[in-house]
Design a binder for this molecule. Structure first.
Ligand code: UD1
Ligand code: UDP
Length: 373
């Protein structure tokens, strides 16, 4: 059994790390292909170092670009590697262009694809990620669904139930494995002069929020209203996409917004854990906030992670400041009464990678791939 592991962006490295570690623990043959969709040190190599991951066996060096260009380049560069390595299974995680290209390259060679985080749907086809999710799911032989909602979505789309495995999300493995380590190693709160529970944390990188100047301004107006009401420092580790857009649009920011470069995972866990409130359009951060017991205001009109809303950990506000204030008021008044916020965890028990590898290793060898390659 040989497994090809594909990564390309920050969240894929973080959520694939437990799978890589489990391959190492079990002595399973594997190799890592990194598309380099993300390549800046703080979006890429910092995570390999912090998570103690082996360096990728292959770096495709595709970098940034228009969607088809990026996706096509990954496809072209991936194919000879898969032909040479002949894996039984290729694993992809999430919904990026790297995931779609990796799954397609493998599928065209008759190699089984395992999609980790299968069955998520925002039902918003304007999101490039939604297309990537749907196509990847329909090319996969192993669909690793987070929970029963995703199982039902996939079954409704006609995917054979035998291929769907409800396992949870590897985000729980990564987070639980690094919570204590990050508490012992990160000094980010002291470095930024932040008091635990006394700041808001923001991230934003969705094209719909940051690529259009008026939308980005609307987000900033939302932060203004929150700050006017609560006078909290708002910490914003800024995604390079958003940084580039702020520069392009010539937008200046108020001083209560503490803009910092993207931080490593250990620092980001501590920022999340000790934030009073998280505002984000990230997928993974909606999950991590929920797991950490920190309320999350999602700066989107929809989410492919409705479970965090169902348990009361998350609310969708788009860029509507009044909705954001209403959500903040509700949660912060509970905290002001000295009560704790808590909810059920819908995202896994921290042993998801083990389940994934149990499933892959107990299934039959990939005869189709052997015939084609
Ligand atoms: C990508 C994924 C998105 C995921 C996000 C995680 C797609 C379609 N999008 O979005 O689903 O949520 O990663 O963060 O696959 N840049 C750098 N350095 C880097 C990477 C990017 O400077 O290492 C800048 C470049 O200006 C680039 C821009 O960020 O053009 C956008 O990068 P890209 O990978 O295309 O999209 P993301 O917004 O990062
Ligand atoms: N993250 C990080 N440093 C940061 C911001 C985020 O380590 O400055 C981590 C975060 O803990 C989560 C992941 O990056 O695990 C989320 O990535 P992102 O928001 O870029 O992508 P998405 O989840 O939306 O695809």
């Amino acid at each position: 059994m040989k497994i090809g592991i594909i990564v390309g962006t920050r969240p894929e490295i973080i959520k694939m790390a437990p799978v890589i570690r489990e391959c190492q623990n079990r002595g399973i043959a594997y190799f890592i292909i990194h598309s380099n969709q993300h390549y800046s040190e703080e979006m890429d190599s910092i995570f390999f170092k912090e998570l103690n991951l082996p360096l990728p066996d292959y770096n495709l060096g595709v970098g940034s670009g228009l969607h088809s260009n990026q996706t096509g380049n990954i496809l072209i560069k991936m194919e000879p590697i898969l032909l040479e390595e002949k894996p039984d299974v290729v694993l992809v995680q999430g919904d990026t262009n790297t995931v779609l290209a990796g799954a397609l390259a493998a599928s065209k060679l008759g190699i089984k694809v395992g999609h980790i985080e299968a069955g998520l749907r925002s039902y918003d086809r304007a999101m490039p990620e939604e297309t990537n999710r749907i196509l990847t799911d329909h090319m996969s032989e192993y669909l690793f669904a987070v929970g029963p909602n995703q199982h039902a979505i996939l079954a409704k789309e006609g995917i054979d139930s035998d291929k769907i495995f409800t396992v949870g999300n590897t985000v729980s493995d990564s987070l639980f494995q690094h919570l204590e380590i990050s508490a012992n190693t990160s000094s980010i709160l002291a470095d930024l002069s932040l008091e635990p529970g006394n700041f808001f944390l923001v991230t934003a990188h969705r094209a719909s929020n940051v690529d259009v100047s008026a939308n980005l301004m609307e987000l900033l107006a939302l932060f203004d209203k929150l700050h006017a009401k609560y006078s909290q420092t708002i910490v914003w580790p800024i995604h390079p996409r958003t940084q580039a857009k702020l520069k392009e649009f010539g937008i200046e920011l108020p001083s209560y917004l503490k803009l910092i470069p993207p931080v490593g995972y250990m620092d980001f866990i501590q920022l999340q854990k000790h934030a009073q409130l998280i505002l984000t359009d990230s997928g993974g951060i909606q999950e991590e906030a929920c797991l950490l017991g920190v309320p999350c205001i999602t700066l989107r009109e929809n989410t492919e992670r409705p479970e965090s809303i169902e348990v009361g950990a998350n609310v969708l506000v788009g860029r509507d400041a009044d909705k954001a204030l209403a959500a903040a008021d509700k949660w912060l008044s509970v905290l002001a009464n000295g009560e704790k916020l808590s909810w059920n965890n819908p995202f896994g028990d921290g042993h998801v990678a083990e389940l994934i590898l149990d499933i892959i290793t107990s299934s039959t060898p990939n005869t189709l791939a052997q015939e084609i390659i």
